[in-house]
Design a protein around this ligand. Structure first.
Ligand SMILES: Nc1ncnc2c1ncn2[C@@H]1O[C@H](COP(=O)(O)OP(=O)(O)OP(=O)(O)O)[C@@H](O)[C@H]1O
Length: 360
């Protein structure tokens, strides 16, 4: 099994640590991280500012050399390659950034052409390639414009075209949509998704926004204090977060937290009687399609009063969230909860005293 994972992994970081020395202090920006990313994946890395995301992804193309560990990309151990070979291998890893990093004094065309200037291709072929790249990102008519004549989204498209110039296998996106408004963010994410398909790319995307992860990633790792604290398929992490930090990130992209605050202010819910429990149900995949709630009433005589419900599509999987008051004898409620759990519905009893307005 593990051999299978090794075989499919285009990126395999083994026991990576990065320590910075500042004044007298040693800062462990990345702490013994193992990370494998499969070819063709869109892999998200999420964490708060300072968690070590940028440092970790910069290790993938050795923009940041690790203090210890191994960096295997495309089955090559990058740290062991001679300089010339390393230069060639790094070209297969493109990168885009939050602030685009375009050259203001060059036209859009010349920005995209730049990485090709020292390649062994004729001027005609080079120009043809740049025109194709601009067409791919939808900017053909802006070839002669300068970066400061473009919107943020257009600048990021130029940066994407430039990153693709040397036909990379891997594209690293370091907060590429963080400076963009939600609509533009959406269009850039759609573009990345299309490019992944058309060019057979593997995308590693770092962000502090769970909505970005939810929109395009297949897998996600949550990073805190330089360590990966949780990882897995996005739909699973969304419905069954194991760590509090992950659950907090998930909450930012669902309306559950604000629903809970609203529910807390409801006098009837605040004063539930003995035979009532307020629960949150997280559904995934097929379980969301089953009429579990009506089964509970029929088979266990437990009524569910649904106070909030929402179904999302995450990575092609239906993911649902529900908040409900279950009413019935204690034993029947307990049994119902265990039936729900057996059907893959994560069920937790909500303690309203722990819900605060500020968290909404
Ligand atoms: N070149 C450096 N020298 C010293 N410390 C650094 C350096 N680069 C990063 N750090 C420190 O390493 C830690 C991780 O930083 P990193 O930029 O990787 O985090 P991040 O999760 O990407 O955060 P952000 O989104 O704010 O960039 C932070 O404490 C940061 O101050």
């Amino acid at each position: 099994m593990s051999e299978q994972i090794q075989k499919d992994a285009i990126i395999d970081l083994k026991n990576i640590s990065v320590v910075f020395h500042k004044d007298e202090a040693a800062i462990k920006a990345v702490d013994k991280v193992d990370l494998q990313i499969d070819r063709g994946d869109i892999y998200g890395i999420i964490g708060y500012s300072g968690a070590g995301k940028s440092t970790l992804v910069r290790v993938i193309n050795l923009l940041q050399r690790p203090t210890s560990g191994q960096v295997i990309v495309n089955n090559e151990s990058l740290l062991d390659l001679p300089a010339k070979q390393l230069r060639a291998s790094r070209k297969k890893i493109g990168m885009i950034f939050q602030h685009f990093n375009l050259m203001d004094s060059r036209t859009v065309f010349n920005n995209v052409e730049y990485p090709l200037l020292h390649e062994k291709i004729s001027k005609v072929d080079r120009q043809k390639r740049v025109s194709e790249l601009l067409e791919t990102v939808g900017l053909s008519t802006y070839a002669k414009s300068y970066p400061d004549q473009l919107s943020g989204g257009q600048k990021q498209r130029v940066a994407i075209a430039r990153a693709l110039a040397s036909n990379p296998d891997v594209l690293i996106s370091d907060e590429a949509t963080s400076a963009l408004d939600p609509k533009t963010t959406d269009s850039i994410l759609k573009l990345l998704k299309r490019l992944k398909q058309e060019l057979n790319l593997t995308i590693v995307l770092i962000t502090h926004e769970m909505n970005v992860i939810k929109t395009i990633c297949h897998n996600v790792a949550v990073i805190e204090n330089g360590s990966i604290i949780e990882q897995g398929p996005v739909s699973k992490v969304f419905t069954q977060p194991k760590k509090k930090l992950t659950a907090d990130f998930v909450d930012t992209s669902t309306n559950i937290r604000s629903a809970l605050v609203r529910i807390k202010n409801d006098v009837q819910v605040r004063n539930l009687s003995g035979g009532q429990k307020l629960v949150q149900l997280n559904f995934i995949g097929n379980s969301s399609k089953q009429s579990l709630i009506s089964e509970l009433a029929r088979d266990y005589h437990v009524d569910a009063n649904i106070l909030f419900a929402n179904v999302d599509q995450i990575d092609g999987v239906s993911v649902g969230y529900m908040i409900a008051v279950l009413t019935g004898p204690d034993e029947a409620i307990e049994e119902s909860i265990s039936v729900l759990q057996q059907n893959g519905v994560k069920t937790s009893i909500i303690d309203l005293t722990k819900i605060t307005e500020e968290e909404a």
